[in-house]
Design a protein around this ligand. Structure first.
Ligand code: 5AD
Ligand code: SF4
Length: 479
């Protein structure tokens, strides 16, 4: 699919982000006309599928739509609907097709309604072809590399009355300083890098998110400083593989060095990051985490599988022994570290012996939590054409055994902290009981306790009175 570059306005600046601000203004004028015709404001809704990267991208889209003048709504019953899609597993794709059918009916009833699809799924040629042929009512399709252009593309759609498709294969461009929404007032995600160079054989991410690109440290720091000035106390640094951050910058900087700079930002209280690839986790990073007052003692360290043979087939570039040695080192240096992981079951050729190696890693590491996935065949990846795809019933049975073990261990670990007093960032009112508020511990677990919602956004000390499996009931502790 080629980039479509129709010149829709001769006066548009060439430089970014100025060009996008120009198109936001243009869209705003069009929207005003529509509002007058309709006699009401136009609404928009962004539905996000998939990971935190997508969630962050959606905030950027919302920021632009709000600038244009849309009223953002939670329900999918809006005048402009955007699906920010995921394609990491087949299920995610099926969900989108399922929902599109329903939207067609809504669109027939509302002539002002517009529908956009963006994100990872749109980076696959077969998907775009299918939508172009079978879902003609879609107005706008763009991918992962040109999210920042949503105003320009929307304006193009407003002017042309044809389906607008703009998919880039890859990019080395990072556009800074565009508006962005934030879901929470006190915590925010911050991209440090985009894309992935690892090409794990099962994974479609490098194909749909492109090669690794790091943001300049000064841009990251400036963004965080602004967030902090705006009341943010916790940030989550986002990247597919944060441990290789900065290697390709003109003046290379390591992730550990970046963290040290971020730590200096006054007013910032907590720093989190994800994801770390085990092959790139440096001693320098462990050292920085160990001495940091702000970095949460939490590492998300996807293992994927325990069998060295399978890890090689997956192109993970570490052995079971390397991984376990790394975990030992981290635990020795940072004894209160909380470890979480991603694990996949049913990779092609996985034998019972291979699976038992995965179970062995789970028992040895004792993860606080683990995200478990059934292998999903992604066309275009090397694993999709591997022989010995594992039968579904075998995979399901292994998956259940794995889940049981993980849950048993994480319940035991959670229980160990019962009775301790810990620092908690208050996030919300409790959804079940308005007398209670909910906060998050440094290790990412939730605690519900009696308190006033004026505490939202503050760090408080809470006694973890009772462990409820994967969360706690607590009470505010005196300082
Ligand atoms: N099938 C199942 N799980 C996958 N993941 C990535 N690709 C696939 C796939 N084809 C999982 C990995 C990764 C997480 C984000 O998604 O465990 O760490
Ligand atoms: Fe996918 Fe591997 Fe890159 Fe993670 S590191 S996004 S699993 S290719």
């Amino acid at each position: 699919m080629k980039e479509i570059s129709v010149e829709i306005d001769q006066n548009a600046p060439v430089k970014e982000p100025e060009r996008q601000f120009f198109f936001m203004e243009k869209c705003k004028e069009e929207l005003k006309k529509q509002e007058t015709e309709l006699g009401r404001k136009l609404t928009a809704n962004v539905t996000t599928f998939g990971c935190q990267m997508n969630a962050r991208d959606s905030e950027k889209i919302v920021g632009i739509l709000e600038t244009i003048g849309y009223e953002m709504v939670e329900e999918e019953d809006a005048d402009f609907i955007i699906y920010n899609t995921c394609t990491v597993r087949e299920n995610a794709n099926l969900k989108v097709y399922g929902r599109l059918g329903q939207l067609k009916k809504k669109k027939q009833k509302n002539p002002y309604m517009r529908l956009a699809l963006c994100g990872c799924m749109m980076q696959e040629d077969v998907v775009v072809e299918k939508i172009r042929k079978s879902y003609r009512f879609v107005d706008l399709i763009f991918g992962t590399h040109n999210i920042y252009k949503v105003a320009e593309l929307l304006y193009q759609r407003m002017m042309t009355d044809r389906m607008v498709i703009d998919i880039w294969k890859d990019t080395d461009k990072i556009v800074e300083d565009l508006p962005s929404e934030r879901k929470f007032s006190f915590k925010a995600g911050v991209n440090v890098m985009y894309g992935c160079n690892n090409f794990c054989t099962y994974c479609i991410v490098p194909y749909v998110r492109g090669r690794e690109r790091s943001r300049e440290p000064k841009d990251i720091i400036r963004e965080i400083e602004k967030l902090v000035a705006d009341g943010v106390v916790e940030i989550m640094l986002l990247g597919q593989n944060v441990n290789s951050y900065g290697k390709n910058l003109e003046h290379p900087v390591s992730f550990a060095q970046l963290l040290q700079e971020i730590e200096k930002i006054e007013g910032l209280k907590r720093i989190r990051f994800m994801t770390s690839h085990p092959k790139d986790l440096s001693d320098e990073l462990i050292e920085v985490m160990k001495h940091s007052k702000k970095i949460c003692k939490h590492l998300h360290l996807p293992v994927q599988a325990g069998s060295t043979r399978l890890l090689k087939e997956m192109n993970r570039r570490y052995t079971k022994e390397d991984y376990l040695a790394l975990v030992d080192k981290v635990k020795k240096e940072i004894p209160d570290i909380s470890l979480t992981t991603d694990i996949m079951v049913g990779f092609p050729g996985e034998t019972e012996e291979d699976f038992l190696e995965t179970m062995d890693v789970v028992k040895k590491v004792r993860y606080d939590a683990a995200y478990t996935f059934i292998y999903s065949k992604r066309t275009g990846t090397p694993a999709a054409v591997m022989e010995n795809q594992v039968p579904e019933d075998v995979v399901k049975e292994r998956f259940q055994r794995l889940l049981d073990e993980i849950q048993k261990i994480s319940a035991e670990l959670t229980k160990e902290d019962e009775g301790t007093i810990q620092e908690v960032l208050v996030e919300d009112e409790d959804s079940q009981d308005t007398q209670l508020i909910t906060g998050r511990l440094s290790n990412n677990l939730l605690v519900h306790f009696k308190g006033d919602k004026s505490l939202i956004g503050q760090l408080v000390k809470v006694k973890l009175v009772e462990c409820k499996g994967f969360y706690y009931l607590g009470e505010l502790a005196e300082d």
